[in-house]
Design a protein around this ligand. Structure first.
Ligand code: FES
Length: 114
């Protein structure tokens, strides 16, 4: 496998772009470079990931974990805990798009946005 983790941040105009996902993608990209991890971990823009009703959507492979990241602080948590540490950040995960994941806590904060 070429990358330890690969995050795809949807920047599609139809839905996710309303939440300024390019800020999240640029933040992750610059932090990875700053930490010297950009050759092992990538954060790329993507087109629609077909999770529009949960926008903004980010998916992290190879784990296939789906997130709703609204702020740079959210992105930093996923960077530290998942992309570097290998442990998904449950309270930022989109429960409906991670049906095979067994959630341990914070289930009330992972519901579909209103
Ligand atoms: S527009 Fe982002 S998932 Fe569809």
């Amino acid at each position: 496998m070429r990358y330890k983790h690969h995050a795809f941040i949807c920047t599609n105009l139809s839905s996710c772009a309303q939440h300024e996902p390019e800020k999240i993608q640029k933040y992750l990209k610059s932090r990875l470079k700053e930490l010297g991890l950009h050759k092992d971990i990538r954060a790329n823009k993507s087109g629609c990931l077909d999770g529009c009703s949960y926008s903004p959507v980010t998916v992290v492979y190879p784990d296939g974990i789906w997130y709703r990241l609204l702020t740079e602080a959210d992105a930093e948590r996923v960077l530290q805990q998942h992309l570097i540490g290998g442990k998904p950040v449950e309270d930022l995960m989109i429960q409906e798009l991670n049906p095979s994941h067994t959630f341990q806590a914070h289930s009330e904060s992972m519901s579909k946005p209103s």
